[in-house]
Design a protein around this ligand. Structure first.
Ligand SMILES: *[C@@H]1O[C@H](CO)[C@@H](O)[C@H](O)[C@H]1NC(C)=O
Ligand SMILES: *[C@@H]1O[C@H](CO)[C@@H](O)[C@H](O)[C@H]1NC(C)=O
Ligand SMILES: *[C@@H]1O[C@H](CO)[C@@H](O)[C@H](O)[C@H]1NC(C)=O
Ligand SMILES: *[C@@H]1O[C@H](CO)[C@@H](O)[C@H](O)[C@H]1NC(C)=O
Length: 736
């Protein structure tokens, strides 16, 4: 009893109401807590860390094999970061690519010949998205009469690139596209690089920033081809170079789709975006077969994703009604992301999901024979292969897949913290290999959730330890008591009545128990009822959290040391969901996500409330139906970081691995909701950001030692089931 009186006296100004509850607490707590306190030393710089579903496992590289052999796969890109969505330049663009190679190679007199293989691709190295042109030399092998063009077959291991010339295509200083943005689906026609970029903010919530641009490869001059206010995805240039086809929702924009986007195919002039016309009502991922035929994918009425072709009228007046559309691939398997070659009209390349495999593979589809030829399944049956592309003569197919652990060497183990380029030099930005990260008040440690368990690691990557073995989500540190971390244990995305409780773990205090070495922890809530998302008051006395105990998820405040037995107060109340709360470091506000505008409708906005229950206000909303979640205050309490669908989706989700929320990006804003800034640009699900008090050097932090798996990520869940058995419910809003 004495301990509690002691604690009681230490409290000076409890929030309203809580003081009355102190007289009814019971004491059962036995675990001791350290009383050592942090030396808070907030400097000007700070750091943000966030999580991206699956991304640390991707390790994508571009691989290629000939279309007439099997088992002659070679890796084309260099194993650095992730490399994907490739394109083989054609002879019509050879003057510009030769110019670039000559320019680069003149620095290096050891060879005057051009590389045997050239590939344009997207890379995320150096913490930002860029488009590279690689020239790859394979020994002294002449392309015309060996395994790279014909003749004897060699095994993969025999073939190693001997030299690589790497040319970033959008890096000139004056080029606006050197700016931070997602880049996607590059292709080259004559002297122009055509691609998607997300660098222009349409300044409207839930509008995708994806638009198609062309950049002159020699001068760097860049032109937007997509009309303002419209988003275009997946561009493809016609064989003559005159036309570009894209997938676009047109004026309609994005309506929250997370599987197939509600796009049609549009065609416009490559030179300036003029003569834009819609040619297909429902379809995506166009590719030109000849000047009048476009292949594309769509989800068929029978539920199978299939490849179709659109035959355009051979005169200038194109309307969607005058276009002939035919289904190309049969039901019975999902077929999507088609690729064609300019010179070989016998087959196309596609990605498939066959009911007999849970992996995505690259196949050829013979147009005349209506037959598939499986290319990657015999080589790597248990890896996903994405987004095929064909060489102009059709002799070679490229695609990307996880390189796995076969090629030992650089870039092979995941990073604990991957630095992401950020325009604000005062704030460094990192992606963590885990989820729900949070910084200790001195910025020296990060707590995060792994699979499963709660982890703590030093911010330089050293000293990682699992401090709680069970299923947990959300982490927060006590501001005063050193080494005290709060988390919620139990399943995430569960109902109000699910058993989830908040614990505090003393991460500096190892003790041996039945399970060997464990860390001392206290259970702070009693009786389950989905108690989660703890966040501590800066004076170290209170915890705000959400609980389903009333039948709805609302916010409550409890005693930080004794838990709800030491004092409990309901902060918000109503038949809706209030969740993901964060107490500002200056103590003034609690930020949280709520769907109170339309309970159960899946739309979340960020609200503030004073800890004493006054001052409720809506601060950030991502438009009608929008989802803005996971608010976290900056160290000075003047800004917020959060995750939002503010920028909609940036690519066709089917061209990526699985993301529950392919629209999730990280944003910051002032605490009054003004000045919204996008920090991440990608087609992934970014979430659970946290803002820490120190500026961490903007460099990658390796994961040491690495013991996890590689390539452990999912293909789109919605392709898992054959249509006949498909669970056709609309996706559930994730309102944890
Ligand atoms: C606090 O920050 C200042 C300025 O960055 C630094 O010189 C000082 O060593 C820090 N103090 C502690 C205790 O970390
Ligand atoms: C590049 O160099 C090669 C070999 O030296 C030469 O044949 C070619 O004409 C050059 N191309 C350009 C565009 O300068
Ligand atoms: C990009 O990162 C690589 C290592 O991954 C490094 O060698 C290179 O210097 C970096 N380039 C730039 C422009 O920062
Ligand atoms: C509630 O807290 C806010 C912020 O600390 C303060 O400005 C306000 O006066 C308080 N109201 C009441 C009724 O205590």
């Amino acid at each position: 009893m004495n301990r509690h009186h002691h604690h009681h006296h230490r409290r000076s100004q409890p929030p309203l109401h809580i003081v009355f509850l102190f007289f009814i607490f019971l004491s059962t707590t036995t675990t001791s807590s350290t009383t050592e306190e942090y030396d808070n030393n907030l400097s000007t710089g700070s750091s943000i860390v966030f999580a991206t579903l699956g991304r640390t496992q991707y390790n994508f590289d571009i691989f290629t094999q000939t279309t007439y052999h099997q088992n002659d796969e070679v890796q084309l890109t260099d194993g650095e970061s992730v490399n994907y969505n490739g394109f083989f330049p054609s002879s019509t663009s050879s003057s510009s690519t030769s110019f670039l190679f000559n320019q680069t190679l003149s620095l290096d007199s050891s060879s005057s010949s051009l590389p045997s293989l050239q590939v344009v691709y997207v890379t995320e190295r150096n913490g930002t998205c860029n488009i590279y042109l690689d020239g790859v030399y394979y020994g002294d092998i002449d392309d015309s009469d060996t395994e790279l063009g014909g003749g004897r077959r060699r095994s993969v291991l025999e073939i190693r690139p001997t030299r690589r010339v790497q040319i970033p295509l959008l890096q000139s200083k004056d080029n606006i596209n050197g700016q931070i943005s997602m880049k996607d689906r590059p292709s080259i026609s004559e002297e122009y690089l055509v691609y998607v970029s997300t660098h222009e903010n349409p300044r409207l919530p839930r509008k995708s920033w994806a638009a198609v641009y062309s950049t002159h490869l020699i001068t760097g001059e860049t032109r937007r081809l997509t009309p303002n206010g419209i988003a275009d995805f997946s561009p493809s240039i016609s064989p003559s170079g005159i036309w570009t086809a894209v997938a676009s929702s047109g004026e309609k924009g994005w309506d929250g789709e997370i599987e197939g986007l509600n796009t049609g195919i549009y065609v416009f002039k490559t030179k300036d975006g003029s003569d834009r016309v819609k040619v297909v009502e429902h379809g995506g991922w166009p590719c030109w077969f000849d000047e009048f035929t476009i292949y594309f994918h769509r989800e068929s009425d029978d539920g199978w994703w299939s490849v179709y072709r659109a035959i355009l009228p051979q005169h200038d007046m194109i309307h969607a009604e005058s276009v002939m559309i035919e289904r190309v691939t049969p039901p019975g398997l999902h077929v999507f992301t088609p690729a064609t070659s300019i010179e070989n009209n016998n087959f196309i390349a596609v990605a498939t999901r066959r009911p007999s495999s849970s992996f995505r593979h690259i196949e050829l589809f013979d147009i005349a024979q209506n037959q598939f030829i499986q290319l990657t399944r015999p080589i790597s049956p248990d890896k996903h292969h994405y987004n095929p592309f064909l060489s102009p003569d059709g002799s070679r197919v490229g695609y990307h897949r996880c390189r796995g652990s076969v090629n030992k060497g650089k870039g092979n183990s995941p990073l604990l913290l991957e630095n992401i380029k950020n325009l604000d030099t005062e704030v460094s930005l990192f992606r963590i290999d885990g989820s729900f990260p949070s910084f200790s008040p001195d910025g020296k440690h990060i707590a995060y959730v792994g699979l499963p368990g709660l982890y703590v690691v030093n911010s330089d990557g050293s000293g990682r330890r699992r401090v709680y073995p069970g299923t947990a989500f959300s982490t927060a540190w006590d501001w005063k008591r050193k080494g005290v971390v709060y988390t919620s244990v139990g399943p995430i995305f569960a109902t109000e009545k699910t058993q989830v409780d908040i614990i505090s773990v003393n991460v500096d205090e190892e003790e041996s128990g039945e399970l060997g070495l464990t860390y001392a922890y206290n259970k702070l809530t009693i009786g389950g009822q989905n108690n989660a998302f703890p966040s501590a008051s800066p004076d170290g006395k209170w915890i705000v959290f959400r609980s389903g105990r009333s039948g709805h998820k609302n916010l409550y405040i409890m005693d930080a040391i004794e838990g709800e037995k030491g004092g409990l107060h309901q902060l918000t109340e109503g038949p809706w969901t209030d969740t993901m709360c964060n107490w500002s470091p200056d103590g003034e506000w609690i930020a949280f996500a709520s769907d109170r505008d339309n309970p159960g409708g899946g739309s979340f906005a960020i609200y503030f409330i004073h800890p004493n229950g006054t001052g409720l206000k809506k601060v950030i909303h991502s438009g009608e139906g929008g989802r803005t979640n996971h608010p976290w205050f900056s160290p000075d309490s003047k800004s917020l970081v959060f995750t939002s669908d503010f920028a909609a989706v940036s690519a066709e989700p089917i061209a990526n691995s699985h993301h529950f929320q392919p629209y999730g990006d990280i944003f910051i804003a002032k605490a009054d909701g003004s000045g919204i800034q996008r920090l991440t640009h990608n087609s992934y699900e970014d979430g659970t950001p946290a803002w820490g008090p120190t500026f961490m050097k903007p460099v990658d932090v390796a994961e040491l030692p690495f013991s996890g798996s590689m390539c452990a990520f999912d293909d789109c869940h919605w392709l898992n089931k054959a249509p006949a058995h498909r669970f056709l419910a609309s996706p559930k809003p994730r309102c944890s």
